[in-house]
Design a protein around this ligand. Structure first.
Ligand SMILES: Cc1cc2nc3c(=O)[nH]c(=O)nc-3n(C[C@H](O)[C@H](O)[C@H](O)COP(=O)(O)OP(=O)(O)OC[C@H]3O[C@@H](n4cnc5c(N)ncnc54)[C@H](O)[C@@H]3O)c2cc1C
Length: 417
């Protein structure tokens, strides 16, 4: 009855790669993909350039995975970044390594990664059909296929690689959770991660469009003095709050959705100590001694930030610079080194790079990615309750888990023969 060795739900990074790996081992696979094209999300990764992995050792990958790194240990060890890089280079996609060990195709085209994956899967016999899987077919506690609105597809194994709920326009709308639940699996509540942050108050909106480069962003949980995140980089003010690479990275460390409260602190001049910045401000103040305070900051701060900084300083905007006291000046310097905002929450999943939460890993065998509840049912990629920081680590999770599942599926085949 089983037509294929594996039917794979989802033709994203994990699904395509698993199909290619099973095909390379002589197995037959069918991908059921709801979109007209495969790899729709891959095309928008890394701003269209696809940060395909991180050129680092496997233990470094695990350090960049805040949720369930132990579960991923054997998958990442079994198919580390070096293996991902070898794979794409062997397919003819030349790679380069950039800042922070981020690996991209030399062409800077995510399309090259997506096309190489689909081509490799097809070259090894994978059939791709369009359809939205709505049900896992099971018999005696064993997965035997999937059902779409139009058809049923039977296979010896079923692999769910449907992704999470982030950027649902790419096809990942959380169907994998429904399918997993149907098989009796628990779902850890999905939430957005690597997502812009909404700030309290209206200051961010007043600074909308302002991009700050080379600032240090630190995030503090309420009543804590040690930051949960602190890094230098670039951020952007928007009508709701803040976005940009630094903010997305920070968001992976925050849990406002769990009722926790955070403050963001921006060090606007991280290259200068408080003392050095004070000397710098003194120089500016000396140059503009007879100007109003609000007109004396143009060399120090971007225009959109000045009215907000002046307001926060409590030094009147029209105060003559020569009359600003030493205490006022020093407090202003401290403000520039610790410009705080209260975090109101995350932006929605539609704007999140990845999903935190998903299929509970306690019910999955970490070596094979097979369900502990239903035999011959496998999971790979973002559908699992695993997520990583930015840097190519999320695609690495997709490839490592897909490889482990593909290997286990092929192993089952060998055992049977
Ligand atoms: C804007 C953006 C940029 C990103 N950049 C990077 C980056 O540079 N580096 C990095 O490591 N990670 C990046 N990520 C994260 C990365 O893209 C994901 O973690 C990765 O694609 C997950 O792979 P996946 O195969 O598990 O899921 P997806 O790639 O989401 O694939 C799931 C597939 O399943 C299909 N599907 C869903 N439900 C069904 C169903 N019921 N029936 C049939 N098909 C179904 C979907 O249509 C989709 O094609 C980025 C994400 C976003 C949104």
């Amino acid at each position: 009855m089983a037509e294929f060795d594996a039917v794979i739900v989802g033709g994203g990074a994990a699904g395509l790669f698993a199909a290619a790996m099973i095909g390379r081992n002589g197995g037959s696979t069918l991908i059921v993909e709801r979109n007209r094209q495969t790899g729709k999300k891959l095309l928008i990764t890394g701003k269209g350039r696809c940060n395909v992995t991180n050129h680092c050792q496997p233990d470094e990958v695990l350090k960049n995975i805040p949720t369930n790194p132990k579960f991923l240990y054997s998958a990442v060890m079994g198919f580390p970044p070096a293996a991902v890089m070898d794979y794409f280079e062997q397919l003819g996609v030349a790679l380069k390594t950039e800042r922070g060990n981020r690996v991209f195709p030399v062409s800077d085209k995510a399309q090259d990664i997506a096309a190489a994956l689909e081509h490799d899967a097809k070259a090894h016999g994978t059939r791709i059909v369009r359809g939205r899987a709505a049900e896992i077919l099971m018999e005696n506690g064993k997965a035997i296929g999937v059902k779409t609105a139009e058809d049923s597809y039977f296979a010896k194994n079923v692999l769910i690689a449907t992704g999470g709920i982030s950027y649902p326009i790419t096809g990942s709308t959380g169907d994998g959770y429904t399918l997993a639940k149907q098989a009796g699996h628990s779902i850890i509540k999905p939430a957005p991660s690597l997502v812009p942050l909404v700030l309290s108050g209206s200051e961010a909106a007043r600074m909308m469009g302002l991009s700050l480069r080379n600032v240090t962003l630190s995030a503090y949980e309420e009543n804590r003095t040690k930051p949960v995140f602190s890094e230098q980089g670039e951020l952007l003010f928007t009508h709701y709050g803040v976005s940009g690479p630094l903010v997305l990275s920070a968001s992976a460390h925050l849990r406002p959705d769990e009722g926790r409260h955070y403050a963001l602190s921006i060090d606007l001049k991280p290259a200068l100590t408080e003392k050095q910045l004070d000397l710098r401000v003194q120089r500016d103040f000396a140059d503009f001694a007879n100007r109003d305070f609000c007109n004396a900051l143009e060399k120090l701060l971007p225009a959109k930030l000045i009215p907000v900084a002046v307001e926060r300083s409590k030094i009147g905007a029209e105060t003559k610079v020569h009359s600003i006291t030493k205490e006022q000046r020093q407090a202003f310097v401290r403000l520039l080194k610790d410009f705080r905002f209260a975090v109101k929450g995350f932006r929605p999943a539609e704007e999140a790079v990845i999903t935190r939460g998903g299929v509970c890993v306690k019910e999955i065998n970490p070596k094979t990615l097979e369900s502990k509840l239903v035999s011959h049912l496998f999971f790979a990629g973002e559908v699992l309750d695993c997520d990583a920081y930015t840097g190519g680590f999320n695609l690495q999770i997709a490839f490592s888990t897909a490889y482990a599942a593909a290997t286990a599926i092929c192993q089952k085949q060998t055992e049977r023969n």
